[in-house]
Design a protein around this ligand. Structure first.
Ligand SMILES: [Zn+2]
Length: 615
């Protein structure tokens, strides 16, 4: 880098001492010095004080500045005394040769600033000049006005650990500034093309103006609060053009339009969201970014996870971004295994499985089937201050009080975390997901060394999970003894009680295709969705359905006997014989009780729906 090779700048003056020039005493001490040095007369002091008093609060200039501006006192003489009095470094540029290297350094450093700050530097006569290395690298800022508060603004915005203020005379400064301006105008811009495309300079101001004009910060705040209040799980911020953004909410698993922001730049909307989140860079538009937001909504602290992905718009030149915000409502303390929708028999099996001191408890189902909620309820059920409960997930969905939640990061992957947990004296371990042979091996190892282990798997149904683990390379005899229970889960939308209507004439073949017996059809009360102001298209809230494959001695034997392939059908048949209620049947039960609709049962439990997420 060219900067590093610049020679240190010789400066006069002393290291900073007592710089109390902001206090009235300091100024009056300095004013006395000016009088003693013959730079000003006592009469001028009296006149300037009278002048300042007459202006009152509106004039915030220091007395010596008033003396220069209003009473014609020689600026350089005052500042000469000033820099001595306050031990500012000074530099006489007229005695230095201005190298092309120096000019290039100043130009490039200025260009590294956002346009807005470049304007601040110009308006306040501040120029970056060189680097000094004395312990930490310092950037020298030269200025004819060394107490200007904007020096700190510019100093902090530059990519160096520290900055140092150096006084130069106004004449010196203006001469140098002219050279720099001429140089910048003649030099082709060194910036890469994409920055030029972006026109980032204009962008800063335009976006800020747009954000102010549209009260966007307030609007976005309101959207966050709305999402929490209506129970949305995700907020989607989707640009639909240069000046149109759709806000969609996912409620009960379905996306629907919540608000359309017209006539405001889409990138201004995304800028506000990015600014609200810790992490994302407002001006980075080529990368996927993640962030976090915490907001208080109705007296409750709610966390939001923000995911940003660049997308293209119809106007290819524009860089747009899709933003999805997951609402991480603190798991309401009311979630427990008693109230997440387990049917009585399933609940009994589940309780028995998590009541064992060791073994694996697996939840299966597609993304968004409520597996994390059920795992949370399970951990709550076994929680005990005498147990060391460790969770490792990526990302962490909920903060669970009373557990130690491992934070994964680029230096600590899932595999290393699991190996470390083995040595961390755990009683209960929750592994977000069994992804591959390595995680499966470690989960089995945990279970076989006396730990209760909770995890999830992506499979169609409970028997499929056994097959999946087998295919991952886990030996049947290890599987047979490591696994306690496998619970398949789905979420079904519930009909809105306020507007649902009884449906008398559902064609019998449709009901039969869902697996209803003639008797079930004859005794069921079926409803269909209508839609009212209290719901979304006739649905309000969701409930879970489950099938619980408890590893009984008979099923254990079937697993042990597997040589080259797990007999899924055999396991299913045995489980059904032993009382496992399949997902379909749980759904049909809800249908017959009028909790959900025919279309919802069909959508979640027909063979197609059960298979469309299998690998
Ligand atoms: Zn309704």
């Amino acid at each position: 880098m060219i900067q590093k090779t610049l020679p240190a700048v010789p400066t006069t003056g002393h290291p900073a001492r007592n710089r109390n020039f902001r206090t009235p005493e300091g100024i009056s001490g300095f004013i006395n010095t000016l009088v003693r040095a013959g730079v000003i007369s006592e009469q001028q002091v009296a006149d300037s004080i009278a002048f300042k008093r007459s202006r009152g609060e509106t004039d915030r200039r220091q007395l010596f500045q008033i003396l220069i501006d209003e009473f014609g006192v020689d600026r350089e003489a005052v500042y000469g005394e000033f820099t001595r009095y306050y031990s500012f470094k000074t530099l006489d540029l007229s005695t230095m040769e201005l190298t092309s290297e120096r000019v290039a350094f100043i130009g490039q450093t200025l260009e590294s600033l956002p346009a807005k700050l470049r304007a601040v530097a110009a308006a306040n006569r501040i120029l970056p000049f060189g680097l000094v290395e004395n312990g930490a690298v310092k950037i020298q800022l030269i200025t004819p006005d060394p107490i200007n508060p904007e020096l700190a603004t510019i100093g902090r915005a530059l990519p160096y650990p520290k900055y140092e203020v150096v006084y130069v005379s106004l004449k010196n400064f203006e001469e140098l500034n002219r050279e720099i301006l001429v140089d910048t105008q003649n030099r082709p811009s060194a910036l890469p093309m994409e920055f030029i495309d972006d026109d980032q300079d204009a962008l800063v101001d335009e976006l800020d103006e747009e954000i102010r004009r549209g009260h966007l910060a307030e609007m976005v705040d309101g959207i966050f609060a709305d999402a929490v209040r209506v129970g949305a799980s995700d907020i989607h911020v989707i640009p639909k053009g240069p000046r149109k953004t759709e806000i969609q909410f996912r409620i009960d698993g379905r996306l629907s339009l919540w608000q359309c922001i017209d006539d405001l730049r889409a990138d201004a909307v995304s800028a506000v969201v990015k600014d609200a989140a810790k992490g994302p860079d407002r001006f980075e538009r080529n990368m996927a970014q993640d962030g976090f937001v915490q907001k208080e909504v109705d007296g409750k602290l709610v966390r939001f996870r923000v995911s940003i992905i660049p997308i293209i718009g119809r106007e290819l030149r524009m860089k747009l971004e899709s933003i999805v915000i997951r609402v991480l409502q603190d798991p309401e303390s009311r979630i427990s295994i008693e109230n997440i929708g387990f049917e009585a028999g399933t609940l009994k099996r589940f309780k028995a499985a998590i009541g064992k001191p060791h073994g694996i408890v697996v939840l299966t189902g597609p993304t968004g089937s409520g597996k994390s909620t059920t795992l949370l309820a399970a951990i709550r059920a076994v929680m005990d201050p005498s147990l060391n409960i460790i969770t490792v997930e990526d990302p962490v969905e909920y903060f669970i009080d009373g557990t130690r939640q491992v934070k994964l990061n680029p230096k600590l992957g899932l595999e290393e975390a699991l190996r470390a947990i083995l040595r961390h004296d755990p009683d209960v371990v929750m592994v977000g997901e069994i992804r591959d042979k390595i995680t499966a091996d470690l989960a089995v190892k945990l279970a076989n060394t006396g730990h209760l282990t909770f995890s999830t798997l992506h499979t169609n149904d409970a028997p499929g999970a056994i097959a999946r683990l087998f295919k991952m390379g886990i030996e049947p005899f290890l599987l047979a003894y490591a696994v306690n229970i496998i619970v398949g889960q789905r979420l079904l939308r519930k009909l809105c009680d306020r507007c649902k209507v009884m449906e008398e004439n559902i064609p019998r073949p449709i009901l039969q295709s869902l697996g209803l017996s003639d008797e079930q059809i004859a005794t069921g009360k079926f409803f269909r969705p209508v839609g009212c102001m209290h719901c979304i298209k006739g649905y309000k809230g969701r409930t879970a359905i489950h099938e619980a494959l408890y590893i009984t001695p008979a099923i254990r034997k079937l697993i042990m006997d597997s040589a080259t392939k797990i007999d899924e059908d055999g396991i299913r048949e045995t489980a059904l014989r032993e009382g496992m209620k399949p997902l379909r049947e749980a759904a049909v039960e809800l249908l017959r009780r009028g909790v959900t609709s025919v279309e919802e049962v069909a959508a979640t439990t027909t063979t197609d729906a059960l298979e469309d997420f299998s690998d």
